[in-house]
Write a protein that binds this ligand. Structure first.
Ligand SMILES: O=C(CO)COP(=O)(O)O
Length: 142
């Protein structure tokens, strides 16, 4: 699975805790992240991560673009609901694209754990059949 990992600043410690706890699960998958989140994950957990730009500099949009190309299977985005972001429109756009393409997405640590455990139990295996043909069948007509 291709998993995108993103955390807002005040949630980054929580993301590191999640990645440390679930390292045995995460290391079996291909990991992607926004710039600063990815750097911290690499440095503090030793996991291998493809890093995009930092969120405020376009990283959320880069991940959204990957979703639209059927290149991300799941998103863990630990958002900070108590702080206004200068790039709020990018955050909203990413969440919207996950919904457009029916990509499982967790926006808090509780759901993130359910997602990772579900993945381990095979609940995400359907994504393997989500090839480009299937994607086109799901694509909205616009
Ligand atoms: O701002 C973010 C997501 O909206 C996260 O970006 P960074 O991982 O670069 O801090």
């Amino acid at each position: 699975m291709k998993i995108a990992l993103i955390a807002h600043d005040r949630k980054k410690d929580l993301m590191i805790q999640l990645c440390t706890a679930y390292k045995p699960v995460l290391e079996k998958h291909e990991l992607f992240a926004t710039g600063t989140t990815g750097l911290r994950i690499v440095e503090e957990t030793g996991l291998k991560v493809h890093r995009f730009k930092s969120g405020p500099l376009g990283g959320d949009q880069q991940i959204g673009a990957r979703i639209s190309q059927n290149e991300i299977d799941c998103v863990i985005f630990i958002r900070d609901p108590l702080e206004a972001m200068p790039h709020e429109p990018d955050v909203t756009a990413l969440i919207r694209l996950a919904d457009v393409y029916e990509i499982p997405m967790a926006t808090n640590i509780g759901t993130a754990e359910v997602l990772l455990r579900g993945m381990e139990s095979g609940f995400m295996d359907w994504r393997q059949f989500s090839d480009s043909e299937h994607k086109h069948a799901l694509e909205p007509d616009f």
